[in-house]
Design a protein around this ligand. Structure first.
Ligand SMILES: [Zn+2]
Length: 405
């Protein structure tokens, strides 16, 4: 085994030494492979999984300026809802506890902000949450919010994903060596600060929602693809291929392998010893969007997975077709992961506050009915909206009665 791995290392290093980016990813792959050999995936088949309510928010919302002098970085738009005194978070626990929120996920890195959030403040929030008897974990937005009109500039030195027509996708960063390096560094800091779980959220993908084959068509990615394949395709060729996948099935498979490889390599890279990582899978996300869930689970056997995104406002949720689409995507990804103890829901409100509290509660019931037990609630504004927690608290007995299917 040792010899085999050593040979594999050598062969990987030799094969991939031609490109700096590939070398960086390959080196990280080997680290992840080492971890994979150290840790056994949790065996939970047949075990009843209890219902668990999770909530993602900012460290600033947990720890007041009086409790910590670490730098604070509110998100524009919700600054006015930030707690202003030391008792505020504790006061809000009255309704959060009624909804039985037991795990709090602190935003640690948002690509739109450029750098990781202050580790001192994250640690202070973790300590406070644990003192209050809660669990504290980290959630990151690694490639950007999936809204091509949002124009969030990715972090320093990163680049946007490029569509097949050459236009940039302002809602998605390209997964290249700088992005991987920055997120591995941040994840290392979270791990060293004692955080045991890190979710990589907000549709970690390399493409657009929909039925087209996507990926990153920037010059560097096309050159890398050509180097690996021994081809000389231009963007126009690739565009023609992905728009006629029936005619160009083989090259389309290679293109999807190439893009999926980047997302999978990213998840392996951040899967550091001592932590459990998770990916949020885009609604209906699959190989066409760079998301090869079976490959990710092979690379990161204990990976957490968020499923079922979409339907985060009344317009999307209310029509019967909306609910059916939620269930179809959820079931598709659940069938791949199987272990419900590692599946998390995607309950959010966007744009704020366009999902009625009763619809958030209804969505939760649909998810539980379809076997999900870890409920993940967003966005941070929810902290100051007791009506949502009251709606959730009201359906908890029903959700618990459904049991773990
Ligand atoms: Zn690219």
């Amino acid at each position: 085994m040792k010899v085999q791995r050593s040979l594999m290392r050598q062969s990987l290093m030799t094969t991939l030494a031609v490109t700096g980016a590939a070398l960086a990813l390959a080196t990280i792959d080997i680290q992840a492979e080492d971890k994979m050999n150290q840790t056994e995936p949790k065996k939970t088949a047949g075990t009843k999984v209890p219902l668990k309510i999770n909530f993602a928010l900012l460290a600033e919302q947990v720890v007041s300026a009086r409790e910590s002098d670490c730098p604070r970085r509110p998100i524009p738009g919700i600054a006015s809802t930030m707690p202003t005194n030391t008792s505020t978070f504790e006061t809000k626990l009255k309704y959060l506890d009624k909804a039985e929120v037991s795990a709090y996920w602190l935003y640690g890195f948002r690509s739109a902000e450029g750098t990781m959030r202050d580790i001192g403040l994250l640690k202070a929030a973790k300590q406070k949450l644990e003192r209050l008897g809660k669990e504290a974990y980290i959630v990151c937005e690694p490639v950007g919010h999936p809204n091509r009109n949002q124009k969030t500039l990715p972090a320093r030195g990163w680049r946007h994903r490029i569509n097949c027509d050459g236009t940039p996708d302002y809602g998605c960063a390209d997964i290249e060596k700088k992005l991987v390096r920055d997120l591995v560094a941040a994840t290392t800091a979270f791990r060293d600060a004692g955080f045991k779980k890190v979710f990589f959220d907000d549709d970690l993908r390399l493409g657009n929602w929909g039925t087209n084959i996507t990926g990153c068509f920037c010059k560097a990615c096309i050159a890398d693809f050509n180097r690996r394949q021994g081809t000389r395709y231009a963007r126009e060729d690739l565009r023609r291929f992905v728009r006629n996948p029936g005619k160009h099935a083989a090259v389309c498979e290679q293109w999807m392998d190439f893009n999926c490889g980047k997302v999978t390599a990213f998840m392996k890279a951040v899967n550091l010893p001592g932590i459990q990582v998770g990916i949020m899978v885009m609604h209906n996300g699959d190989r066409k969007h760079g998301v090869d869930l079976p490959a990710i689970l092979k690379a990161v056997p204990d990976c957490l997975v968020r499923v079922g995104e979409g339907h985060f406002n009344d317009a999307g949720f209310d029509p019967p077709g909306g609910k059916a689409s939620l269930i179809a995507s959820l079931e598709m990804h659940k069938a791949i992961v199987k272990d419900v103890s590692r599946l998390y829901t995607e309950n959010t409100v966007y744009p704020w506050p366009k999902l009625r509290p009763e619809n958030m509660a209804k969505k939760l019931l649909i998810e539980v009915e379809h076997g999900l037990r870890n409920i993940m609630l967003m966005p941070p504004q929810l902290l100051d909206a007791p009506e949502y927690w009251e709606a959730i608290a009201a359906v908890l007995p029903q959700a618990k009665a459904m049991g773990g299917k």
